[in-house]
Design a protein around this ligand. Sequence first.
Ligand SMILES: [Zn+2]
Ligand SMILES: [Zn+2]
Ligand SMILES: [Zn+2]
Ligand SMILES: [Zn+2]
Length: 801
Amino acid sequence: MALPVEEWRRCAARCRAALGPALRERLEAAPPGEALRVACGLLRPGAEEAAALQRLCRRARTGKEPAAARWYREEGNRRFGGCCYGDAALLYSRAASHELPGSPEASLCFANRSAALFHLGHFEVCLEDIARAQSHGYPDRLLPKVLLRKAECLLCLGRVQDAADTLAAVENKIALDGIMTSPAHQTLLKKLNQLKLKVLERESCPEAARETCGDTQREPEIWEENDSISGASSSLSLKFNTEKGRHLVASRDILPGQNLLKEEAFVSVLCPEEGESCLLQDSGEMVWDTRFTNADLYCHRCLKQLLASVPCRGCSYAKYCSQNCADTAWEQYHRTECSLGALLLTLGVFCHVALRTVLLAGFSEVSRLVEQSHDDDEDLHNTKARCKHPSEAPDTRTGTRGIPGCNDNGQYQSSYRAVFNLLPHAEKHSPEHKFLCMLSVVAICRKLQEAGLEAAVLNQESSEKGSGTKACEKTSDELSPELQIMAEAMLRHVLQLQCNAQAITVMRELGSGDGAVVNKKPVRLATAFFPVLSLLNHSCSPNISVSFSGTAATVRASQPISSGQEIFHCYGPHRCRMKVAERQQLLSQYFFECHCQACLEELESGDKSVVSVRNSFCCPSCQASMQGEDVLCCSNEACARSVSRESLSRHLRDLQRQIKKALELLRDSRADEAIKMLLKCQMDARNFLSPEHLLMGEMEDHLAQVYATLGKWQEAARHLERSIQIVETHHGPSSVEMGHELFKLAQILFNGFAVSEALSTIQRAEKILTVHCGPQSTQIRELQEMKTCLLELPRSILQRT
Ligand SMILES: [Zn+2]
Ligand SMILES: [Zn+2]
Ligand SMILES: [Zn+2]
Ligand SMILES: [Zn+2]
């Protein structure tokens, strides 16, 4: 999803092949600006490639379609009827995103959604949706029903007087409309009378005001900001040398859990996912589906979780948490991006991030840095012969001044300048890849020009010194000089992203969320530029943990770091999850060989990594460990059984299929059958997987989940404890993975009233998660709520356990 869709990649490769060797060489040697001009000619209207891209874009549906709106609303009604209110709310949101803003149809979607939200207990948001329905021209004759819901909501929120006022308004309305005798009308009157009674009850015996939850006395964390690196702690300093490039080092001893960096993404783009509903459906064939994706669940701009989304006025794919987010996004970038949705989905997230980066930076800043880079290139050309390491000077002589990306005062800030100075590694990308990126960027700029959006692009900094009059009479084969500059910057950003893209991940709840135990899994939410976070080098055994809240990243030390040590981030390949060979393979996309401690040790000892030892097969006859490559032999000499790796792998795949089936049973509420099947899988697995195999842990985890859905807390806890043991062997006792598992166990023990065990588990989980996610994270808050609740339990219950 980071790169363009496969068909477009193939198309670009064919286009490049057809150029012939001479032109290809010229293109590779040319400076980016000139190469882009050539690419622009290749993608002229009427060219085969342009037509192919247009066809591909037609498969992505990002516009508003009335038929889709109808379909989603009906589907929502169906789910609502089945009491699946969460799903119903999401489907009404989808329906709303396909309706024209301000239309009565849109108001129906909001009204329906308010009913679902009411059932989910989201009263405040329900009120917002009712107001939204009213402002979108909700049909007058249907109003009493919605107003009754409003009154009920207000009652639930303890706003008795407001509820009474609303009921009075309903009564007036009904009186004005005259007497009707339809059954629906009768129900309405009955409901009205019920609510009036409730209001009277509440007025005569006012109970204590609703508990205001949320303790406001939470201490802010101690934080001393760095003088020269924005968002970083004063315990860090920025260094530079030719071997490591820019990097951060501890300038004093650091404790685990200490906050090292808080950074707001310079730019972030919500990622579509595999099977995104609006993506890649063959045209003609109408297939709407009800799988929910990132676009349904998180705000297009700030990544906040959505309850009652505000749809974009122009497209069906951008949904926002609030009108404010919708307006800001529109102002900053979406008025340019809105009609480009299909193209951006086809070209992949990296291109989208590149476009949004230049839109956020504004034309004048972009052109300033692009021109500066041209000057620098020239300077470099002239001085190369004289000075071998021109870049080494800054570190020794002038502190941080002169380190790329720093301003004249030696400050490194999360700015466009810092983004621009991230390394694009232009010389290391393959010519094919560069060509693909060039063609894709040109496609975006051409589309902007065609759609008349150029002014919007250049207007981003409207009041700044005007970007000049349209100086150049452009032919249809050329980009305007301004777009040419934007294209050059975008190309640089797409290339930078290969090494500098930071995934924003969240723990997302799996399944319906109705269960008492929430099963969460980390999912990739967005791709972003974090220029300060990007200063950190990679290690397969990092000493920090990164967590995200919305579009902000927080970095904490995950272990003690002594003064002088470098701070390491893991770009993905972690020593606990992959063997050294796999890691090096993955890291090659960042153009370096990892020499971290973990890699050196594993390579030197020539030994199996911890991962491969733990995730190994065992002998089907005697359960001793198996050794070898293509043919594995039992390590027990007396046994001497040998089996081909191929057949063991096949067995493993079968097992994974069976487990998947068991989970499907669980989803169909056939828990007993799921348990039977999982137990059978476990028996089978013991015959050929090492007891520490991750899959063994996963099965225990699934069993715990099934028992939890049945309310059999003791069994659930027993299985989860076994899973935790395996997670501990793989990831270590203080890993974030351990923290998440202990969190789950705490929930199970809590639900089963195992008070003392729950309390001690909460304590363990709290200790670990505070280090990784900080004392103010949602998880810590939830743990503390559980603790308070347990401690407040009446003595009688405590004694029973
Ligand atoms: Zn938002
Ligand atoms: Zn839009
Ligand atoms: Zn490594
Ligand atoms: Zn054996």
